[in-house]
Design a protein around this ligand. Structure first.
Ligand code: ATP
Ligand code: MG
Length: 366
């Protein structure tokens, strides 16, 4: 090979439930796709979530966070399970995930919603609306109404109890998420739609002003603006009009779930969380699925596609990422399906066998 060998350290956080099964598959796929592009990985596996609680008494051990921060990217399986559901808040597995996101300083959450031609039937939309959907929601993750102060409970002038929250965005928070979104649009199809409620909310007026200002740094990306109520409607009316969407924390929370249902298959959806510098966090959007854990039934493709996002958005290794995406499509085209995406006439396989078929697809690429 003429390409010089590139080396990356990847922190693997299998976590709970189906996490270890899907991480094992994704790691093998990452290894093979990387090797075909002259990339060498060093994998370090660390405990997180319920697994870490059982082992160390806390859901995010210091060693796990410091190892993650020193690596080039983090690949996470899933966190949580019935076993720890009655734990106090600071001893809940899910608290480990929040601490991990905070500790890695990631503020941008990327969630693609792609209707794969092989899985059009899973979509909640009519076939002609669903075919060809390929969009990405970039959600601000650390600001806005979920964190704004003041917040709390009080009484109004009539002595009635009130609850209140505050939507706050500072210029630097908008600028940095806007840059991630423009960079993302640039790696995709060059179109960015910023979603806000600037007809009603001051934080949205500033949002629109700053996104418009940052656009001058990206003359090659086509920017548009849309109110969130219209965006929610357009997502189900004509989702093909969207390439990349950028929006605040609460609107992104809602729109990314709406967008995921367009695809209809939770076992297929990856995500990335990125910061300014430092390692990104890559994980499937599904949970730990304790109902099917350790039965070799989990669909590993959401995690495999998260590994592709790790290559593309975390390491800038777009060729290796493309190899994985192509292999997933090829495996589906050859008829392999786990239970969650199974339909008549296809071949039902478990998590491991699905992984082996994806490896074959990667291997068959020259
Ligand atoms: P969270 O842990 O984020 O709160 P949740 O408990 O709401 O998530 P999941 O754990 O994602 O939900 O599981 C929801 C349903 O989807 C379950 O029936 C689960 O078996 C199924 N499911 C989730 N992920 C997968 C997968 N990768 N393959 C197959 N089925 C899955
Ligand atoms: Mg769950």
């Amino acid at each position: 090979a003429t390409t010089p060998s590139k080396r990356y350290t990847i922190t693997l956080l299998p976590g709970d439930g189906i996490g270890p099964e899907v991480i094992s598959v994704a790691t093998n796929v990452l290894k093979l796709a990387g090797s075909l592009e002259g990339i060498e990985f060093k994998f370090q596996e660390m405990p997180v979530g319920g697994a870490a609680l059982d082992l160390t008494g806390v859901p995010l051990p210091e060693e796990t966070l410091s190892a993650a921060n020193k690596s080039d990217a983090v690949l996470l399986g899933a966190i949580g399970g019935y076993k720890w559901d009655k734990n106090e808040k600071h001893l809940k597995p899910e608290t480990g995930l929040l601490q991990l996101r905070a500790g890695l300083k990631v503020f941008a959450n990327l969630r693609p919603a792609t209707v794969l031609p092989q899985l059009v039937d899973a979509s909640t939309l009519k076939k002609e609306v669903a075919v060809g959907v390929d969009l990405m929601v970039v959600r601000e993750l650390t600001g806005g109404i979920y964190f704004g102060e003041p917040r709390g409970f009080s009484t109004n002038e009539n002595g009635e109890e009130i609850g209140f929250n505050t939507e706050v965005y500072a210029t630097h928070e908008i600028d940095r998420i806007a840059r991630v979104a423009f960079e993302t649009a640039r790696k995709r199809h060059g179109k960015l739609c910023s979603v806000d409620k600037a007809n009603v909310l001051e934080a949205s007026i500033l949002w629109r002003k700053r996104v418009t200002a940052i656009a001058s740094e990206y003359p090659d990306v086509e920017l548009s603006h849309m109110y969130v109520d219209n965006a929610a409607m357009q997502l189900v009316r004509n989702p093909k009009q969207f390439d990349t969407i950028v929006t605040n924390n609460i609107f992104g929370d809602i729109l990314s779930d709406e967008a995921s249902m367009i695809t209809g298959s939770i076992g297929m959806l990856p995500s990335a969380s990125l910061g300014e510098s430092g390692p990104g966090l890559f994980e499937p959007i599904h949970g730990s699925a304790p109902d099917i854990a350790r039965q070799d039934k989990a669909n590993p493709l959401a995690t495999v596609l998260s590994a592709a996002m790790l290559l593309k958005y975390g390491l800038g290794e777009e060729n290796a990422a493309k190899r994985i995406e192509t292999a997933v499509l090829d495996t589906l085209s050859r008829g392999y399906r786990t239970g969650d995406i199974y339909s008549d006439g296809n071949k039902l396989v478990g998590c491991k066998e699905m992984g082996e078929e994806v490896l074959k697809s990667v291997d068959s690429q020259v």
